[in-house]
Design a protein around this ligand. Structure first.
Ligand SMILES: C[S@@+](CC[C@H](N)C(=O)[O-])C[C@H]1O[C@@H](n2cnc3c(N)ncnc32)[C@H](O)[C@@H]1O
Length: 217
């Protein structure tokens, strides 16, 4: 049984809010991950949320499973798949309770790890990495931690402080989580293959990051 509140209350507005607030970067980051998955590969979207990324993967021919703690999020994704005529598997579960029948080729965990307190994040990363077969890829888009010059870091605090403040007030995330996933990924047996920092505008401060990691073994 999960102790976390669910994203049910923001399910209908989450995608539009995220894209508005990020000037479309959130959607762009998720779409860029399509380059790292192949048709017919087994792909898990964990903490799938609105599922625009999962839908795009299904359109590529991937065998998609969508998992989320929020029943409304999962129901929304299922309807999107049905409307487009795609099949997929849909699971309402806490990721900590999920045991897949077979490991996945690819797992996408977008804007998920900021939902956990610092003392649970490592366990969440390890659990998610454990859904992969050896050699499988973990795709992450997230907010990371402040980087760059003092003004760039100050921007990060204000920008994400407002966004996380909104979700923290509703009990959905901790207040302004800052995290470097590299140590947690290494502890989970994953090697980072590619890491990109994402700016809201050219030469602007770093606001987000994307990571492609590979499960060792
Ligand atoms: C910030 S939203 C991101 C949604 C989506 N991945 C995206 O990038 O648009 C985080 C999602 O993770 C889900 N989530 C949070 N904790 C979870 C857990 N322990 N198990 C499964 N899903 C969880 C929430 O319900 C929510 O839909």
């Amino acid at each position: 049984m999960s102790e976390q509140p669910t994203f049910d209350r923001v399910a209908s507005v989450y995608e539009r809010l995220a894209n508005f607030w990020s000037l479309g970067k959130v959607g762009q980051m998720k779409r860029s991950q399509l380059a790292y998955l192949g048709a017919e590969e087994r792909v898990l979207y964990v903490g799938v949320g609105p599922g625009d990324d999962a839908l795009a993967a299904a359109a590529l021919g991937a065998d998609v499973t969508c998992l989320d703690l929020s029943p409304k999020m999962v129901d929304g994704v299922r309807r999107r798949f049905e409307a487009e005529g795609f099949s997929g598997a849909f699971v309402v579960s806490d990721l900590f309770d999920y045991e897949p029948e077979r490991p996945f080729d690819v797992v996408a965990a977008n804007f998920l790890f900021g939902c956990f307190s610092d003392d649970r994040r490592g366990a969440a990363v390890a659990k998610v990495a454990g859904f992969l077969r050896p050699g499988g890829r973990l795709l992450v888009a997230d907010t990371g931690e402040p980087r760059g010059s003092v003004p760039a870091r100050a921007f990060w605090y204000v920008y994400h402080g407002l966004a996380y403040g909104f979700s923290a007030i509703q009990g959905l995330t901790p207040w302004l989580p800052r995290f470097d996933l590299a140590p947690d990924l290494a502890a989970a047996g994953c090697s980072i293959d590619e890491r990109r920092f994402v700016r809201l505008w050219p030469r602007g401060p770093i606001a987000f990051e994307t990571i492609v990691a590979v499960r060792d073994g």
